[in-house]
Design a protein around this ligand. Structure first.
Ligand SMILES: [Zn+2]
Length: 179
């Protein structure tokens, strides 16, 4: 029986680089078109309680998939870390979420460009807080798990928020029962 060892699917046009000004990150090795799928995140479904028992290094890689109950998706140990995990944050990102686990290009991306997303796009939780030195003109300086509440972000990038956040915004997509 074939075994499947990767938790994520990463677009083959993307390479992990260790030579970026910020260190490690994802870089386009071929041109990528707007809305092209870049990565499908996978992993173990964990409660937040379980997630916070993981080694600190692993706690950098969760993707929130539900709020009530609070569930995240991600690797459970260092051996399960996959190249697809290492997307850096930017306050001026070029990728966004199509669902809770699918990252797409927000615009055409050129060979050699780093691929980034705004970490505020994918969590309602108060975790993942960090200083930001992304260098963009609109850099927030400090990134928090509840930055999705910032009105300017809701105006500018709500379209590429993770679905878990879109459902919280007035006028955005919600579940509908079709009869
Ligand atoms: Zn920034």
């Amino acid at each position: 029986m074939k075994s499947f060892s990767k938790l994520n699917w990463l677009n083959p046009k993307i390479n992990l680089s260790d030579n970026l000004p910020c260190g490690r990150g994802q870089v386009a090795s071929e041109a990528i078109k707007t809305e092209e799928v870049l990565v499908i995140f996978g992993g173990h479904v964990m409660t937040m309680e379980e997630f916070f028992t993981l080694p600190p290094k692993i706690q950098e890689f969760p993707y929130q998939i539900s709020e009530d109950p609070d569930l995240v998706l991600g690797p459970a140990n260092l051996d399960e870390l996959h190249n697809g995990e290492f997307f850096n944050h930017s306050c001026d990102p070029n990728t966004g979420f199509k669902s809770e686990i699918c990252l797409v290009a927000m615009r055409d991306i050129y060979v050699g460009e780093e691929l980034t997303f705004d970490y505020a796009m994918c969590t309602t939780g108060n975790f993942g807080n960090m200083d930001c030195h992304c260098g963009s003109v609109n850099c927030r300086g400090y990134i928090k798990g509840d930055d999705w509440k910032i009105a300017e972000l809701q105006q500018n990038i709500a379209g590429i928020f993770s679905l878990i956040l879109k459902r919280k915004l007035p006028g955005c997509w919600r579940y509908e029962i079709v009869s």
